[in-house]
Write a new protein. Sequence first.
Length: 298
Amino acid sequence: VLANLMVMVAIFMNRRFHFPIYYLLGNMAAADLFAGLAYTNLMLNTGPWTRMLSKEQWYIRGALIDISLTASVANLLAVAVERHQTIITMQLHNNMTKKRVVLLIISIWVAGIIMGLVPSLFWNCECDLDDCSTVAPLYSRRFLIFWAVLNLLTFLIMLVMYARIFFYVKCQSRHTSNHTSEVRHQTFVNLMKTISMVLGAFVICWTPGLVTLLLDGLLGKDSKANRYEKYCLVIAECNSLVNPIIYSLRDVEMRRTFKWILCCLCRKGVCQQRDPLSTVIDSPVKEVFSEDNQNADR
C-alpha cells in the first residue's frame, strides 16, 4: 500500500510525469493499492472468522478482490493500446487530452465495480447449489469460467500487441542513422521494457490463480482447487508490490522523485531547499525534443 501510494504521489508531484502513459501507470498503482487493501480485509475476515460473516459481507469480501483484478487488467489493456498508438505513430507521448484520460480511468473503475457486483446481484448459485464453486462457495461455476477465460484472453491480446510493437521498433531501428532517431528509439525501448516487465509480472503472478478458478469452474469438487487457492492468491497479491519495484529500478526520474519525497518526509524544509522537480536535468528525452526544435527552426 505504501509503495504504490508513493508511485501515485511521485506522478502527481513531478511535472515530467504529466502525460497519458504516466497517468495510466498511476492508475495502475491505485489498482495495486486497492488490491493491498482488499487483501488486508480478506486476511481479517477469513479462516475461523468466515462463519461470522453475513452473506452481504461475504460478497463484499470477494467483490473487493474482483474489482482490483478487473481494474488492473483493464488498465494494462489501456496502457497497451496507448503505447501501440504512440509508437506506431512515432510519438514519445500520446496526444490524448487530460479529459479523455480521466474518462478512460473512470471507465476502468466502472468496469471493475460492475464485475465485482455481478456475482452478488444475479450470477450466483444460491438457487442452484450444484453449480456452486468450491473456491468461492456462493459464486456460480459458470461465472468463474467466464471471468477466468475473459482475463486470460485479455492477457493474450496484450501479449500479441506488445509483440507487434517490439517487432516494429526493432525494424525501425535498423533504418535509423541520425543521432536524434537513435535517442528517440532508445527512449521508446526503455519505456517499453518497463511496461513489458509490468505486464510480464502481472501475467506470471495472476495466471496460476486464474487457471485454478478455471479448473474449479470446469471440474468442481474433482479439481481440488481449494487446496491451492490460498497460495495462488498470495502470489497474485505479491504483484501489487512488484510493480513499484519495477518503476523504481527502471526509471531514473522515478527513483529521483522517490528520494525527494522521502527527504521531504524525513527532514522538514528540505523540499524548499532542494526541489529536483523544478530543476532542469539533461535526459535523452530532453535531447530529442531540443534537437527536434532546432531542426524545425532551420
